[in-house]
Design a protein around this ligand. Structure first.
Ligand code: NAG
Ligand code: NAG
Ligand code: NAG
Length: 576
């Protein structure tokens, strides 16, 4: 009895010590993270010289790696965090930064780039030079989360402006920009693209989740402004919500991050999707993957557990305590390491969950979330636990401790000046890769905010139902159709050798040499194939030779083509 009492006392002392360690980290790191974000925004940020007004650089690092570019995804997530601070009244000094961002994005949308023009898929271009000119080098493009995330940031601002008597500015200046992005989502959500880590070309849970959100809040804003596009947004949002459910892996009990890529599918992608589509009004709804939903909590456990044994710095940590997490366990970029922003995202998802449990006054445990909760109490069973029960208060405290643990780990590996790079070493925790990553700072600020109970504005996630059968956006609803494309490749071959085609989209087998498409020899030495491909789509491709089981690829760079909006095209290439 006495031993147990002492054990409990020391346990609660360590919990108390941890919580005050997080308090100290929040106090010291908050101003550094905020200054770190602002330093990376043009025109006057101290580390972003050369960036146009409102342009967010990913990092000042210009070599190994060179991140001195602006990504639509990173910029939009960063500005969503700033717009939340402004519109929630937490920082009233940000108005001119936000207005600069609006101007920068308005200009950037119109810049023709390798993904197309503003009307032919160019909004899916992932990154630009910091003077807002197009980046024309080879890259994993398109990435279809950018327009959705940008519209979400701008819609948050627009809703606040309308509520504060400035609807005319919304109609004249914000809505045309938002509408272009929403139109892109409507047209392209049902096509593959590169994921948020810019590596896998397939469908991606994060992308689909943020696309769904953008059309829901876009429909509400369109209605408020009297724009009839609202109906189209609502129709496609329902289709996307239906598709979103298909990522669930019922055996592994987690959302599979990507439909392609040949990995486990355990990925920070899903925790990030959950926090960036958080809507406290939706409670613990699993259909929209709310942070406290059974599916999101189970996915979080599976994701976190994937890093317990692979990083040296996680060794010796109890199997139910926080560990450093990275993008996905198979990651090999820079050696495959923990990231500040992914570890912070885990904490944020848990804090968001706590916000909702406190609001609703209960915690529900289902068979799907049981393993998550059993980490904290091996004897707990499924059921609904009201705030008056000790099970509720014990679990709430345990999840708070678990969440704080992730921030303690980031704190431990934050260097003394408080600067946050992209990653820290899996073997010794030393900072790695790009210094002063804007997204690391923004992710830290939003995790701190969630810990303090900050609740972003609702986006309409509550009460949604999933259609009984899933539809695509083609045929009605303003979607895109297909066009006929003939590929001619001039290539002399030896007997038994054949020419195949593969590329970055589903219809071109997603870069698979095994399932690449065989061309015909009707006009040898020109090899040919005619395919129906999605209209107004930019893709990359290459021809390959197969002979006696050996595969030879054409030399770099990848070839690229944008299909027309309608009709047909012929592409004449020659082996290289
Ligand atoms: C509306 O907001 C814009 C952008 O910040 C600002 O320039 C304009 O002065 C505002 N108008 C009114 C009437 O507040
Ligand atoms: C398009 O939507 C359908 C219906 O949800 C789905 O089966 C298909 O996988 C989707 N394809 C892409 C590339 O989004
Ligand atoms: C492609 O080659 C065919 C046959 O040589 C020719 O008729 C056609 O004009 C060429 N098309 C383009 C777009 O170069």
């Amino acid at each position: 009895m006495r031993a147990l009492f002492l054990y409990c006392l020391s346990l609660s002392a360590s919990v108390w010590a941890q919580s005050s360690a997080v308090d100290a980290y929040v106090a010291s790191e908050s101003p550094i993270a905020k200054a770190g974000v602002l330093a990376n925004i043009g025109p006057s940020g101290s580390k972003s010289s050369g960036a146009k007004a409102g342009v967010v650089i990913a990092s000042p690092s210009s070599t190994n790696p060179n991140y001195l570019f602006t990504w639509t995804r990173d910029s939009s997530l960063v500005f969503k965090a700033l717009i939340d601070q402004y519109t929630l009244g937490l920082d009233t000094t940000l108005r001119s930064e936000i207005d600069n961002f609006v101007s920068a994005e308005t200009a950037q949308q119109q810049v023709s780039n390798p993904s197309g023009s503003v009307s032919s898929g160019g909004l899916g271009e992932p990154k630009f030079n910091i003077d807002l000119s197009a980046f024309t080098g080879a890259w994993g493009r398109p990435q279809r989360d950018g327009p959705a995330l940008r519209s979400t940031a701008l819609i948050t601002y627009a809703n606040w402006l309308i509520a504060n008597g400035n609807a005319s500015y919304v109609s004249s200046t914000l809505w045309p920009v938002i509408k272009l992005d929403l139109g892109y989502v409507v047209s392209f959500w049902n096509q593959t693209g590169f994921d948020l880590w810019e590596e896998v070309s397939s469908s991606s849970f994060f992308t689909t989740a943020v696309q769904h959100r953008s059309l829901r809040e876009g429909a509400a804003l369109a209605t408020a402004l009297g724009d009839t596009a609202a109906a189209q947004y609502t129709t496609q949002a329902a289709n996307i919500l239906c598709f979103l459910q298909s990522y669930w892996n019922p055996n592994g009990l987690y959302m599979t991050a990507n439909t392609g890529g040949g990995r486990s599918g355990k990925d920070a992608n899903t925790a990030l999707a959950s926090i960036h589509t958080f809507d406290a009004a939706a409670g613990c709804d699993a259909v929209t993957f709310q942070p406290c939903s059974d599916k999101a909590l189970s996915s979080l456990k599976v994701y976190v557990d994937a890093f317990r044994s692979i990083y040296t710095i996680n060794s010796g940590v109890a199997s139910n305590a926080a560990v450093a997490t990275g993008r996905y366990p198979e990651d090999s970029y820079m050696g495959g390491n923990p990231w500040y922003l992914t570890t912070a995202a885990v904490a944020e998802q848990l804090y968001d969950a706590i916000i909702v449990w406190k609001r609703t006054g209960n915690i529900e445990i289902t068979s799907i979330s049981l393993a998550f909760f059993q980490q904290f109490s091996s004897s707990v069973t499924t059921g609904v636990y009201a705030s008056s029960t000790t099970t509720y208060s014990d679990l709430l405290a345990a999840v708070q401790t678990f969440a704080d643990g992730f921030l303690v780990i980031n704190a431990k590996y934050t260097p003394s000046g408080g600067g946050l790079a992209e990653q820290y070493s899996r073997s010794n925790g030393a900072p790695l890769s790009a210094a002063d990553l804007t997204w690391s700072y923004a992710a830290t600020l939003t995790a701190f905010g969630a810990r303090a109970g900050v609740v972003p504005a609702s986006w309409g996630a509550s009460g949604l139902t999933v259609p009984s059968s899933c539809s695509t956006n083609s045929g009605g609803g303003g979607g895109v159709g297909t066009v006929s494309i003939t590929f001619n490749e001039f290539a002399t071959t030896v007997f038994g050798e054949n020419i195949y085609l593969t590329g970055s989209i589903d219809a071109l087998q997603n870069w698979s040499p095994d399932t690449a498409l065989l061309l015909n020899t009707d006009n040898y030495p020109t090899w040919s194939i005619t395919l129906n491909l999605p209209a107004s789509t930019t893709f990359q491709y290459k021809f390959i030779r197969k002979f006696n089981g050996a595969v030879t690829w054409e030399s770099d760079p990848n070839r690229q083509f944008t299909t027309p909006a309608s009709g047909s095209s012929v592409i004449n290439d020659s082996w290289r």
